[in-house]
Design a protein around this ligand. Structure first.
Ligand SMILES: Cc1cc2nc3c(=O)[nH]c(=O)nc-3n(C[C@H](O)[C@H](O)[C@H](O)COP(=O)(O)OP(=O)(O)OC[C@H]3O[C@@H](n4cnc5c(N)ncnc54)[C@H](O)[C@@H]3O)c2cc1C
Length: 501
């Protein structure tokens, strides 16, 4: 076990987001510890799947094969339970599908990845308080071996929607309150052959039913009228009553292995950073799980934050780099909150909404509309705007380019596996390498940015691309650009994103 003095970052919460963040920080050479109150991983999966942007990002860490191994994928998803499906194969991505990876599996794979990278994970350790001063953060922890405190330079709250860390940092969590109550059970059905599958809207709400395995089905009711006392648990009797009320039949549900309930409250942290305390995942944003976007959104937080926080700890972060985490990640979360609220509005059992649903269903038959929704749910159009005039690719997620380098064939995702930035030099004139040397690139150790000379048939006009560790484009120039534009622009971008060497 690492000495308690040695940690740079306390990660509170070992869900999918905390585990990925731990791995990202290790990759960048800092020392995180994950403090997770559950002694074991939960056997119950909230989420079922991963969308295209998550898959693209996992590919940039060499993890995609592990996630795809033995997992089914599907091309369609629902939007508000409408009759027409969203078609993910329309996406401009090599991963135009959703991967079936239950949350327990996703968490296991990410935990293995974090441990494999050397992250320390302490299960059964509950954080009861977090405070900060000018030099660092301190957490009070209750663990089986007794209570203790831990100090580090930073703390990140990955501790879910009811985040203690968020409250300790005094960060507000405004949003819309819950009006819809979802009652969910993983249950055995009396007659699964004749159970309604998918999403069914009735005059009282919605029924959701999917097969989990040979024995269990997940059923859920979305009730627009009957709420719940926040302090009460859900039992089978209440779930069955809700099924009868909304569907007219309780499907003979019995032997629940998991019962849970939640509302459509949608909230977002006012800011993702307060001094040395940051938030990621559900601690920063919660919403109704329509469209299966929550894990995906949180994983993108972790990819965005990891390298920036590591840069700050290593002391080379340029001014404003860590704050760019809040700026860049607020917008995608706000958009997810908006689209989940829109879906809830379309699900409303009010007969007035029925015609709206018909209209939307009709619109979804148009490829452009369907693609728009697929892009929205899968997160593939997320970009991080860079101020001022710039190249068309600036701020976009760098594409899966096929490359030829001196070492043979490779892809751009493969160059990002070790978590350093990549300066892709397609120019062949030497001016990009020169600017990189002037910045001091080859003397930085460990490498913040790898300079890779390559050829690429897909981008014949492109001279070079500077890709951040999370896969987004920080600088790009075409061959037609003058030497001055290329040199000055590249050095400025290197300084802005990777500091001075
Ligand atoms: C029914 C349902 C279905 C869903 N389906 C999908 C889906 O298909 N796709 C999708 O992308 N998302 C889905 N979501 C959302 C998804 O489950 C969440 O967005 C995701 O779990 C967030 O991950 P996280 O790591 O941020 O937080 P969590 O998974 O909530 O993890 C937080 C962790 O912190 C720990 N913790 C909390 N407080 C402390 C403390 N004080 N000390 C130590 N540890 C602490 C908790 O034990 C927990 O392990 C669904 C959600 C629900 C409820």
């Amino acid at each position: 076990m690492t000495s308690d003095q040695d940690f740079d970052v306390l990660i509170v919460g070992g869900g999918p987001v905390g585990m990925l963040l731990a791995a990202e920080l290790r990759l960048a050479g800092v020392r995180p510890v994950v403090l997770e109150r559950l002694p074991e991983r939960s056997p119950h999966s909230k989420a079922f799947g991963l969308h295209a942007r998550s898959l693209e990002s996992l590919d940039r860490r060499g993890l995609l094969a592990r996630f795809r191994d033995g997992a089914r994928s599907w091309n369609n998803g629902h939007f508000a339970g409408l009759d027409e499906w969203v078609d993910f194969s329309l996406l401009d991505s090599r991963h135009g599908y959703a991967l079936l990876s239950e949350q327990t599996r996703t968490e296991r794979l990410l935990e293995e990845h974090a441990r494999g990278r050397g992250a320390e994970i302490r299960r059964g350790h509950e954080v009861t308080a977090v405070r900060q001063d000018a030099d660092g953060v301190v957490a009070d922890i209750v663990a089986p071996g007794g209570a203790y405190t831990l100090r580090a330079a930073y703390a990140v709250g990955c501790d879910g929607g009811r985040s203690l860390v968020r409250r300790a940092a005094g960060i507000g969590f405004p949003g819309t309150g819950g009006r819809v109550t979802a009652r969910l059970g993983d249950v055995v059905l009396a007659d699964p052959e004749h159970a309604p599958m998918g999403m069914e809207r009735t005059g009282r709400g919605l029924l959701f039913c999917v097969r989990l395995d040979d024995t269990y089905h997940r059923v859920a009711t979305f009730d627009f009228e009957r709420g719940k006392n926040p302090d009460d648990d859900l039992d089978l009797e209440e779930l069955s009553a809700s099924l009868r009320e909304i569907w007219g039949d309780d499907l003979g549900a019995h032997s629940p292995r998991w019962l849970s309930w939640f509302t459509d409250s949608a909230c977002q942290a006012e800011r993702y950073r307060e001094g040395r305390i940051l938030l990621a995942g559900d601690a920063a944003h919660t919403h109704f799980p329509v469209g299966g976007q929550g894990v995906n959104l949180g994983l993108q937080d972790a990819f965005n934050l990891g390298w920036k926080l590591a840069a700050e700890i290593h002391g080379w972060a340029p001014e404003g780099l860590l704050d760019s985490y809040d700026r860049e990640r607020q917008v995608p979360a706000r958009k997810v909150l908006e689209n989940t609220r829109a879906q809830i509005a379309l699900m409303n059992p009010d007969p007035y909404v029925t015609d709206l649903r018909l209209l939307f269903t009709d619109l979804m038959r148009r490829e452009q509309v369907n693609r728009h929704l697929a892009e929205m749910l899968s997160g593939v159009t997320v970009r991080y705007p860079v101020e001022g005039p710039g190249h068309r690719l600036l701020g976009d997620f760098a594409r899966d380019l096929d490359l030829r380098t001196g070492d043979g064939k490779c892809t751009l995702p493969e160059l990002l596996h070790e978590g350093a930035g990549v300066l892709l030099d397609l120019d062949g004139t030497g001016r990009i390498g020169e600017a990189f040397e002037e910045w001091g690139g080859s003397v930085s150790a460990p490498a913040r940015v790898r300079h890779v000379r390559a050829e690429c048939d897909e981008e014949p006009d492109l001279a070079g691309l500077l890709v951040r560790p999370d896969g987004y484009v920080a600088w790009a120039a075409d061959r037609a650009a003058s030497d001055g534009e290329v040199g000055d622009g590249l050095r400025a971008a290197l300084r802005a994103w990777f500091g001075t060497v």
